[in-house]
Design a protein around this ligand. Structure first.
Ligand code: ATP
Length: 216
């Protein structure tokens, strides 16, 4: 059985509407970093939301690390799936420091140690007491990444993580991100509309069609 297996996913936002996703399947090996590319409106964000457990599809199955988290009888809630997510806007808590943001989902017993490891991984050890508004876009992106990786998710989903960065910063952080993901052995699905982003980080990519939501 593959580490991450989504099969025959079908999803509509409203019953009377044509499905946004008609029949989508995807399999990942452990530690693989795979890109998901497609035109605007093709359903990339919707798919990530389905995998994370934020939307329930009409049909399809999803298993992660040998456990079925979604099928016709099963729906494991988002917070029980072990899936980490990094959104376009990073969604950091503005009133919490960098350290508190990264430690947010961690159990008390291992909080301090894991926080230290994560800040070191993203090279922000000296920034633990700063607030998000005191950071550059690239630093905020690394905080969001550290926060998502801290609870050791089985799979990390990233939705256009570079959309808020200027061109120069994007180039710098793109290779850095790939390096961090490989070093931590994270299984990752990265959404982008930019093939260059995906080629810089992912070992392979798949394309989602704009007209029907099927894999091409
Ligand atoms: N909450 C919603 N209710 C109804 N329709 C929605 C909702 N969210 C998205 N859609 C529609 O579903 C389709 C897929 O949207 P989605 O955001 O998944 O696309 P995307 O590929 O991520 O696009 P982009 O690259 O522009 O972010 C679009 O046609 C969109 O208008």
């Amino acid at each position: 059985m593959r580490y991450f297996a989504a099969e025959h996913i079908r999803f509509s936002y409203a019953r009377k509407h044509k499905p946004v996703i008609e029949d989508f399947s995807l399999k990942l090996d452990k530690g693989e970093i795979v890109g998901l590319i497609g035109a605007s409106g093709s359903g990339k964000s919707t798919l990530l939301r389905i995998f994370a457990g934020l939307e329930e599809p009409e049909r399809g199955t999803l298993s992660i690390d040998g456990r079925i988290v979604m099928d016709e009888r099963t729906f494991v809630e988002a917070d029980k799936r072990g899936v980490g997510m990094v959104f376009q806007d990073y969604a950091l808590f503005p009133h919490l420091t960098v350290g508190a943001n990264v430690a947010f989902g961690l159990k008390r017993a291992r909080r301090a140690k894991r926080l230290g490891e994560m800040l070191e991984l993203v090279q922000l050890s000296d920034y633990a007491d700063r607030y998000p508004h005191e950071l550059s876009g690239g630093q905020q992106q690394r905080v969001a990444l550290a926060r998502a990786l801290a609870p050791e998710p089985s799979v990390l989903l990233m939705d256009e993580p570079f959309s808020n960065l200027d061109a120069e910063l994007k180039l710098a952080i793109r290779s850095e991100l790939g390096e961090i993901l490989r070093r931590s052995g994270t299984t990752c699905l990265l959404v982008s509309h930019d093939l260059a982003d995906i080629e810089a980080i992912c070992s392979r990519h798949i394309r989602i069609g704009s007209s029907n939501g099927n894999n091409e």
